[in-house]
Design a protein around this ligand. Sequence first.
Ligand SMILES: *Cc1c(COP(=O)(O)O)cnc(C)c1O
Length: 341
Amino acid sequence: MKNFNLTSKIRKNIQELVPYESFRDHNSFENAVLLDANENPFGENNRYPDSTHKLLRNKLSEFKNVSAEQIFIGNGSDELLEIIIKIFCEPNKDSILMMKPSFSMYEVYAKTNAVNVNYLFLNEDFEINQEDFLKQTQNPSNKILFLCSPNNPTGNSIKDIDFYIENFNGIVVVDEAYIDFSSQNSTINLLGKYQNLIVLQTLSKAWGLAGARVGFGISSGDIAKWIYTVKSPYNVSALNQNAALKCLNDTEIYRKNLAEIIDQREILKEKFKGISIIKKVFQTDANFFLIEFEDVEKVYQKLLNNNILTSFRHPSIPNCIRINIGTSAENLKLVEILNQM
Ligand SMILES: *Cc1c(COP(=O)(O)O)cnc(C)c1O
């Protein structure tokens, strides 16, 4: 393992912080009279949630086969992206390094925190150019590398992830929002080897819980401690923590729906082959397709006129729209409209 000094990577003012700790959450009490947090004694949701997310981290640690101390929970993984930028980047000085095209929130959170953005422009197969990457590793302002695999909006997984983690002298965040749809191994397997690695996953996609906003990260226990130092104490509501636990306890529904989405992915792929206006369907490991059309604006508009919303927001990929896999009925409707064109 490479020499890695985590503290030296932390933004200066943050190195001095002591976490806000809810006394109640860091000690164990049974049937205590709770007069410590200015809550209302009446009602169903009257108590502040567990700021340490104990039950949820324990549950996830069983699923992911890591210790609960290595797990941290956010109000969606979006919140965690911003916290990570805050911890490792000095405003008006440091930069993040990200693939382009990729998930736009890395850029949004960097910019709202006065952090620069440097890009790794993907080639025509949506892979990173390793020479560009090695050049960027010489820039000491690059403090975090964001790799999205499978990548949104392109759908493909990034090859040779260990090469990037090995050669980047900072924190590497591998965003695995779509990993459950993929047959590729999770980068969680590399956590024992790399102390600069953070893997982000979410309950929003395959677990079907986008409305509840529950994302999580897995890293070294030391990085997880910094996340708990910097995050808002009650960042995940009790309602959302409970919704997440309920969802994780019912894996049968999860498995059934996931299998259905993956089946539909294969069915759609076949159907797309027979549609003349499609120029190219890109390979995908996710729950969406990136598709190139002859006249993309016309297709987008026609779908919209038929009340079908798709994503046409990526000027860096010309002539393409991103289309989600829906229910079989929704997918049939999509194919029917495309066939009319
Ligand atoms: C959807 C998505 C997320 C955000 O997930 P939340 O947990 O809902 O905030 C993160 N990364 C990528 C690449 C996504 O597509």
